[in-house]
Design a binder for this molecule. Structure first.
Ligand code: MN
Length: 131
């Protein structure tokens, strides 16, 4: 994929979304964003992303509930879901992973490792991108 993998970012915090978009676009990924579950559902009617980055603290349907719901869509069965969360409570990581997330990134985002962590959840062909 010459244009890089397509990543859906579901994040209601504008500053956090701006940072995530900046880092991923600079790394050659194509970003589509949603601020809540309804927007994400609508986007996913037309798009099968290569990866979904999901804020766990969303207005309306919370992130983990949304992951559980979207996971049941056959076309998203093999799509990695990576949780983004400001909460770092004991047991959260296990709760997110057992709830259908493939990985977990804590906020505030570590700009030195963020892209590599995302890349690590993509298949080798998808993570190739312009440098
Ligand atoms: Mn949030």
């Amino acid at each position: 994929m010459s244009g890089g993998a397509r990543i859906l970012v579901v994040e209601d915090n504008p500053q956090s979304l701006e940072l995530v978009e900046f880092l991923l676009e600079e790394a050659g990924f194509r970003i589509v964003s949603a601020a809540n579950g309804d927007q994400a559902r609508e986007i996913l009617e037309d798009l099968v992303p290569d990866l979904v980055l999901m804020d766990m603290q969303l207005p309306g349907t919370d992130g983990l509930t949304l992951v559980g719901e979207l996971r049941r869509r056959p076309e998203l069965r093999d799509t990695p879901f990576v949780a983004l969360t400001a909460h770092a409570l004991r047991g959260d990581r296990e709760r997110f992973l057992s709830g259908g997330c493939d990985g977990y990134i804590a906020k505030p985002i570590d700009v030195g490792t963020f892209v590599d962590v995302v890349r690590g959840h993509l298949s080798p062909a998808e993570s190739e991108g312009p440098r």
